[in-house]
Design a protein around this ligand. Structure first.
Ligand SMILES: Nc1ncnc2c1ncn2[C@@H]1O[C@H](COP(=O)(O)OP(=O)(O)OP(=O)(O)O)[C@@H](O)[C@H]1O
Ligand SMILES: [Mg+2]
Length: 252
């Protein structure tokens, strides 16, 4: 069973003039895939991720995650689903400033009612695996953007979610921190078999994935699959994006 199945998904923003932001998108993401969604500004990337993550509702079509359609769930089911089946990483980290890094990572387990000793154990283990154990006692104002995003990723994966979603996770980071964060995603994908769906406009960032899906005007427009060579993959992405009038970064 695929982790994510999207069937004829459409989203129309109603208004004085209705706007079709997603137009009949169908795709499948299998367990252990690492997929980037790209496309020009306004093409529907965030709308797509928001409909997948149940932040927004589709106008028609289905989203099936782990065999279930979250859009038909009641509030209790949905709360459980969002907390345990999905993991979220945002552009602006969304850490809670009054908590330490460790407390931020622990939060989903605390909300799930896991015993404190078990929470502590799991958090320490995860922090070691992600090489962020030295940051655990720090507050959000004491760490860099790249460190904050690595903490946010730890918080997103501490429940072992079936699907990890990220919208422009490197959008606020410099190139060094971008590399650190992408190496972390890659490690989670390769070593933990995490399934990751990530929106980015950055060809270098997308080149860490195994597959890039390009959305144009709300439609699935093109798929690019990684071969053996990351740089050749990145060049293909840059070429495809420049045909669309995107602004990819220089090749690195
Ligand atoms: N709440 C809304 N109401 C009406 N139109 C919306 C709404 N949210 C987004 N749109 C429109 O839907 C289209 C897709 O928006 P979306 O935010 O998904 O684009 P995007 O691909 O994420 O762009 P960017 O790269 O700039 O983040 C845009 O034309 C946008 O103006
Ligand atoms: Mg967006």
């Amino acid at each position: 069973m695929p982790v994510l199945q999207v069937e004829h998904l459409s989203k129309v923003y109603e208004g004085r003039i209705p706007y079709t932001a997603l137009n009949d998108i169908s795709l499948t993401v299998e367990k252990g895939e690492f997929v980037a969604i790209m496309g020009p500004s306004g093409s529907g990337k965030s709308t797509f991720l928001n409909v997948i993550s149940t932040i927004d509702h589709p106008t028609s079509g289905n989203v099936i995650i782990d065999g279930n359609n979250p859009h038909t769930m009641n509030d209790n089911q949905l709360a459980y689903f969002r907390r345990n089946i999905l993991g979220f990483v945002f552009q602006d980290f969304n850490l809670i400033d009054t908590l330490t890094a460790e407390e931020n990572i622990m939060l989903p387990l605390t909300l799930n009612g896991v015993k404190p000793a078990e929470i502590k154990k799991q958090t320490q283990k995860l922090a070691q695996m992600l090489s962020i154990d030295k940051l655990l006692n720090k507050r959000t104002f004491e760490i860099s953007g790249g460190q904050a995003q690595r903490i946010a990723i730890a918080r997103a994966v501490v429940t072992n979610p079936t699907l990890l979603l990220a919208d422009e996770p490197t959008g606020n980071l410099d190139s060094k921190a971008t590399r650190d964060v992408m190496e972390l995603f890659q490690m989670l994908n390769q070593n933990q078999n995490a399934t990751i769906l990530m929106v980015t406009h950055d060809a270098f960032v997308a080149s860490y994935c195994k597959r890039v899906l390009i959305i144009k005007d709300g439609r699935l427009y093109q798929e690019i699959i990684k071969g053996d060579n990351r740089q050749a993959f990145q060049q293909k992405i840059v070429d495809a994006m420049s045909l669309l009038g995107g602004e990819p970064r220089d090749i690195t």
